[in-house]
Design a protein around this ligand. Structure first.
Ligand code: SF4
Length: 243
């Protein structure tokens, strides 16, 4: 029996990929994003184990609600920590004609991940900052592998959406937004870019876990800051959505 360590399941989500989707949030993440709104998903030993069989059966029960565009998204935490199990999960979903989507921070790229990406109809990839130093400040790690994942996906000819969390003072510098957009301007497999304005709804979870919250006192981006990011990205990239 193959098991997956999950945090939770959203029955029908509309924010993580196209259409209505069953969203499985896996447990465990090795990044430490200052704005993480689900710090309770970070501990790789937390959450609960569920059988892949059970997840497939659950997806099948919901399949009628997925419609033409929906399907199953696996998010996190960081799903690529579970790449071998997820490749099997996605293969089984495909056998039932269910669309698969992986929402990832792109922290890994190896043969097991390539096998998972081959079973992934759509990748939602976070490129959290184009400047490596700022990326490390935001997440604790380099942006080298996430950028390599974007390159890999582009070369493999399979679609991806890119996501960018806009945090005042951390990821809203116009010169880096411009650089980010120019970097991806020639990518043909990027179907959409989503700008996700920072919000502080997860701050209480950090406090609850006894962790200090680096963005204490930082407000969500202003309407002008969001518009500026939208304008800069839209100058270079075809389909930019401000969420
Ligand atoms: S990659 Fe996602 S789950 Fe991991 S720390 Fe960052 S925001 Fe949180």
């Amino acid at each position: 029996m193959t098991q997956l360590r999950i945090h939770s399941i959203e029955t029908l989500g509309a924010n993580d990929g196209p259409g209505l989707r069953m969203v499985v949030f896996t447990q465990g993440c090795l990044m430490r994003c200052v704005y993480c709104h689900n710090p309770d998903t970070l501990d790789p030993q937390g959450g609960q184990l569920v059988e892949i069989d059970e997840l497939v059966q659950r997806a099948l029960r919901q399949k009628n609600y997925f419609g033409k565009n929906g399907g199953v998204t696996v998010s996190g935490g960081e799903p690529s920590l579970h790449r071998v199990v997820l490749a099997e999960f996605f293969r089984r979903l495909h056998a039932h004609g269910i669309h698969t989507c992986l929402d990832t921070n792109g922290l890994f790229l190896d043969d097991e991940l390539r096998a998972l990406y081959a079973e992934t109809d759509l990748v939602l990839l976070d490129i959290k900052h184009i400047d490596d130093e700022h990326h490390r400040r935001l997440t604790g790690v380099s942006n080298a592998t996430p950028l390599a994942v974007a390159d890999f996906r582009e070369r493999s000819g399979q679609p991806m959406w890119l996501r960018y969390v806009l945090v005042p003072g951390w990821s809203d510098q116009p010169e880096f937004l411009e650089k980010w957009a120019r970097h991806f301007a020639a990518f043909r497999m990027v179907e959409r870019v989503e700008i996700l304005p920072y919000h502080s709804l997860g701050a209480h979870k950090w406090r609850h876990l006894g962790l200090s919250y680096a963005l204490e006192g930082i407000s969500p981006p202003s309407a002008a800051a969001k518009q500026q990011a939208l304008d800069i990205f839209s100058r270079h990239l075809p389909k930019v959505i401000l969420r």
